[in-house]
Every structure is written in C-alpha cells, then in structure tokens.
Design a protein around this ligand. Structure first.
Ligand SMILES: [Zn+2]
Length: 228
C-alpha cells in the first residue's frame, strides 16, 4: 500500500510529532505529500490575560511550523476549536471541519488520534474523523490509522476507554533522530524524565515499539480501516 497523499489530523501542536513524526518524515522521504492539520488552538487557558494567551498561541504555532518543516510536511493548518474543551462543540461542527480538510487535500491516508485517549479533544477528534471517513463510493481515504500520544494514550484506565493494542507498525529507525529534533521544537511542552512526554520517554517508547517488531525504532498504530 503506497501512501502518496497523507493528512494528519491532530488536536494540538505536538500531537503530530508524538504520534507519527517518524512516519511523516519517512513517508516524505519516499515522496509523499503530507499535510498536518491542527484542530484545537493548543492554548489551555493557562494565561489569565488575553495578551499573554495570544502570545502563547503564536509561540505554539511557530513551534509547530518549525517541527513540521523539520519533518518535511508540505503544509500546516491551524483550527481554533477551544483547547481541552472540544466536548463543548457539537460533533457535527468538528466533523464538518474534518470533511472540509479532506475535501481540500483528498488524502489517500489519514492519521489521527486513538479513541481511548484520556484527552477529551483527542477522543472528540477521533469520533469526528471516523464519521468524516465513512467509506462511501468515491471517498478518497483508503487507509485510516490511529496513533498513540505519550501522556494521554497510556494514561487511560482499563475499562474507561478502549485499550491501545497496536496492529500496524512503521519502522522509523532512519527517522527517529528527526522525530526527536522536531519534538525539541516544542521544548515548552516537554517535561523532565521520567515523564512520558520527555525526550527520553518518547525515545524509549519508539525503541520499545521497535523491539516489539524486531527493528531499532518504530511507531505503533491501530489500523482503523484499509481498502486495498
Ligand atoms: Zn493533544
């Protein structure tokens, strides 16, 4: 299965690197056109006043532009759904935003969040993508994959959401260094080891996913659907 036109649908800037940065770089190297779309604004109301919030928004977007240029994506777009409050938006609105992106980019492959993440925006976006990718006649999306995001996917409790049990792996031995370099663009979002969203934590996960399938490093996915 060849991935020529890839759309990464991520809730927040940094999810794309955590979830599939090595895969993006690998597929770009192979000639794919990759577009990354962020749906939420990525600023978690940490700042009390509006000016500080706007400054943080711009800084996060600049970090995303830098990370995506390291990975070699063709383009990046930013949505403005409210961060960590996408459950307050009607699912139809999120679905229509995803449908518009699919209409523009006509991807053969879509990568998005896992249904069982702790983060509500991740879950909401997953639902919208599943709805927007209903396999009707002539729909462009042939492969739908769900990635894991460190410090969200593994923090779900058994019974509180579907477990991330990967069945689809990409060997990122050649692009792990670029994934980590891209992740470094989001220095403000990273934490110190042993937090899972640390450079070491992310590398350990990639190494473990690699060991799972007998390669130096990998990213793991759940295959949602594939039409071959
Ligand atoms: Zn996220």
């Amino acid at each position: 299965m060849v991935h020529n036109s890839v759309l990464v649908l991520a809730a927040h800037p940094d999810d794309e690197v955590l979830g599939c940065g090595g895969t993006i770089a690998k597929w770009v190297d192979a000639g794919a056109r990759v577009h990354v779309a962020f749906l939420a604004d990525g600023v978690y109301s940490r700042q009390a006043d509006a000016h500080a919030q706007q400054a943080e928004l711009l800084a996060r977007r600049a970090a995303a532009q830098k990370a995506c240029s390291i990975l070699g994506t063709q383009s990046v777009s930013f949505g403005d759904f409210p961060d960590n409050r996408m459950d307050t938006i009607p699912l139809l609105d999120v679905t229509q935003a995803v449908e518009a992106l699919i209409g523009i980019h006509q991807p053969d492959t879509v990568l998005t969040h896992h249904a069982g993440d702790v983060n509500i925006d991740h879950r909401r976006l997953h639902e919208a993508v599943v709805t927007a990718c209903r396999p009707q006649q002539g729909h462009p999306v042939k492969t739908l994959l769900c990635f894991e995001v460190a410090s969200s996917t593994e923090w779900q409790l058994p019974g509180s959401g579907p477990v991330f049990a990967p069945n689809w792996f990409v060997d990122i031995s050649a692009t792990l260094a670029r994934k980590l370099e891209a992740l470094d663009s989001y220095a403000g979002e990273l934490r110190a080891w042993p937090h899972p969203r640390s450079l070491q934590g992310v590398e350990h996960l990639a190494r473990w996913r690699g060991a799972t399938v007998g390669v130096d490093a990998a990213e793991a996915f759940i295959l949602g659907r594939q039409l071959a």
